[in-house]
Design a protein around this ligand. Structure first.
Ligand code: PEP
Length: 252
């Protein structure tokens, strides 16, 4: 089964307008020049979506947000609806990032509700899962990840509208990564859980990204494993050269 790799940048709460547009323009120019055979996605903060959309015009780089509310509109102060994201030109949204699960107490149920609403609006979702360091030490990685798949991936998920991102929480922003063998084991277990939930055909087509301290120097090893279909990149997505270098290495 050939699954086209997706190289996705999660800018988190970084960049004001000048820095963000400069970064997006640099990424756009390099991706255009190199014609790499993978899909690209950048997810800036909400405040920059409109400006970055303009920088990505004429490229194949998709625009995504980092979160969404499940309602189309209404009394939800400070929240952003799926329709607002499509209105700004987003085609993707990240849901259930560990920083939202932890900082905002987001449950599997809420994440599933958000994913359903996003799909209804025509957005593709990147649904994040992953274990804490303590869970890993207790040997619970696969159980935690499979439970998150069963709990937060909606029944309407398809290979077209959903991407899974496995992000061990202890690897995010720390410079630490699991071994390549561990990453492949978890991805294979996640795919098995997806097969149980959505059927084998869908599971075989669905992309499962790895995220957590992906850098140009470890990308080739982590991203060319059989069940790894790309990367969700935090820190290194804030440097155009590193982001594109990772994509180059993912195809080796
Ligand atoms: C992330 O938070 O999605 C992430 C993978 O961050 P980093 O690449 O910085 O570890």
């Amino acid at each position: 089964m050939v699954r086209k790799k997706l190289i996705a940048g999660n800018w988190k709460m970084n960049c004001l307008t000048a820095e963000g547009t400069e970064l997006a323009k640099a990424v756009a120019a390099q991706v255009k020049a190199e014609k790499l055979a993978c899909d690209f996605l950048v997810c800036p903060p909400f405040t920059l979506l409109g400006a970055i959309k303009k920088c990505l015009r004429g490229t194949k780089i998709a625009l995504g947000a980092q979160d969404v509310h499940f309602a189309d509109k209404g009394a939800h102060t400070g929240d952003i609806s799926p329709l607002m994201l499509t209105d700004l030109g987003c085609s993707y949204v990240i849901i259930g990032h560990s920083e939202r699960r932890v900082d905002h107490f987001e449950s599997n149920e809420l994440i599933k509700q958000k994913a359903v609403a996003a799909h209804k609006a025509g957005l593709k979702t990147v649904i994040c899962i992953g274990e804490t360091g303590a869970e890993r030490d207790a040997g619970k990685t696969i159980k935690v990840c499979q439970d998150e798949i069963f709990g937060s991936v909606p029944e309407d998920a398809s290979a077209q509208n959903t991407v899974i991102a496995y992000e061990p929480i202890w690897a995010i922003g720390t410079g630490k990564t699991p071994t390549a063998a561990d990453v492949e084991d978890v991805h294979a277990a996640v795919r098995a859980a997806l097969a149980k939930k959505l059927g084998k055909a869908t599971a075989n087509k669905m992309r499962i990204l790895y995220g957590g301290s992906v850098k140009p120097n470890n990308a080739a090893e982590l991203l060319n494993l059989p069940d790894v279909d790309g990367a969700l990149i935090g820190g290194a997505s804030l440097k155009a050269d590193d982001f594109v270098a990772i994509a180059r290495n993912a195809l080796k």
